[in-house]
Design a protein around this ligand. Structure first.
Ligand code: NCD
Length: 303
């Protein structure tokens, strides 16, 4: 990890990833052993965009280890409203906390902020850029159910603006995986991400239709169309409602297919799928706590 910050999945090695996943496995097997490990540690939460899972699971993670949070709270009631710069905000808040978790609508903001602080900073989403801690819990979920080598994964939906997709795709280049990207033409992977995946020697295929690929998949990772990132609402409406799955769609899938989603879902996965053995997305969200406990433990200086 770069200078003890976690900004992008691009720089993560297989060893970095396995260190977190292995520690998360230990935490999940014996949560009591982690209680009190970070007594008195404070985690600073800076969320400039909405969050349920990421924010709450980081808070749960630090509290389960005996620490606590200091939370900037909603942007509207912070000094950001008075015109404070991001650099000034993080320089101040690093004095209040042992590590920072930040989500911000601008791509590149986490890297910029990390240059102003000495405490570890975790990027919890920078616009359409990256969301690496989500990737760690995604990988943990894949590893526990399908294994990470000899894996065929389909990643479907908004591949252009979906930061969880960008992070996951980079991280998977460390493993023996075949990645299929399924999206409308207008929401394909950004060119730079596609280039990097090819450079990393990854087997990458792009499709506009799930049909022919579905039977070969071990994992189908479904994503929400990122409405808030569209410059124009009419462009969003053109693609909204495409790329949905339900129990009928999954008739052609392997019976071992795992369906994942970083959540929140809007209408991408029919509720009937929840009752099937394919559904892994709620377990995936729950895995956020042990994985973020492991990550914080390593970043705050676990032994
Ligand atoms: C994702 C995000 O914020 O990028 N949510 C999450 O952290 N689980 C996915 C999304 O908002 O679609």
């Amino acid at each position: 990890m770069d200078q003890n910050h976690l900004i992008s999945a691009k720089g993560l090695s297989r060893a970095d990833i396995e260190a977190v996943l292995d520690r998360a496995g230990e935490v999940a097997a014996d949560p009591a052993a982690a209680a009190g490990r970070h007594e008195g540690s404070l985690l600073g939460l800076l969320f400039f965009e909405p969050s349920t899972r990421t924010k709450m699971s980081f808070a749960a993670a630090v509290k389960r280890m005996g620490g606590d949070i200091v939370d900037m709270g909603p942007v509207d009631s912070s000094s950001v409203k008075k015109g404070e710069s991001l650099a000034d905000t993080v320089r101040v808040v690093e004095g209040y906390a042992d590590a920072l978790v930040m989500r911000h609508p601008s791509e590149g903001s986490a890297r910029m902020a990390s240059e102003f602080v000495d405490v570890p900073l975790i990027n919890a989403g920078d616009g359409a850029g990256q969301h690496p801690s989500q990737t760690l819990l995604d990988l943990y979920t894949i590893r526990e159910s399908a294994g990470l080598d000899d894996l065929t994964i389909g990643i479907m939906g908004d591949l252009k603006y979906g930061r969880t997709v960008h992070s996951l795709a980079y991280a998977l280049t460390n493993f023996d995986t075949r990645q299929h990207f399924i999206s409308p033409e207008s929401l394909k992977l950004p060119r730079n991400v596609r280039y990097d995946l090819h450079e990393a020697g990854s087997e990458v295929k792009e499709h506009t239709d799930l049909g022919a690929t579905l039977p070969s998949l071990d994992v189908l990772y479904v994503t929400r169309i990122q409405r808030e990132r569209f410059p124009d609402e009419s462009e969003y409406r053109q693609v909204a409602g495409e790329y949905q799955i339900d129990t009928d769609t999954l008739a052609d899938a392997s019976e071992d297919l795992r369906v994942m989603h970083p959540l929140p879902r809007v209408d991408e996965i029919g509720h009937g799928v929840d009752e099937t053995d394919h559904a892994r997305y709620f377990q995936q969200a729950h895995n956020g706590v042990p994985v973020r406990m492991a990550l914080l433990d390593l970043m705050l200086g676990g032994d």
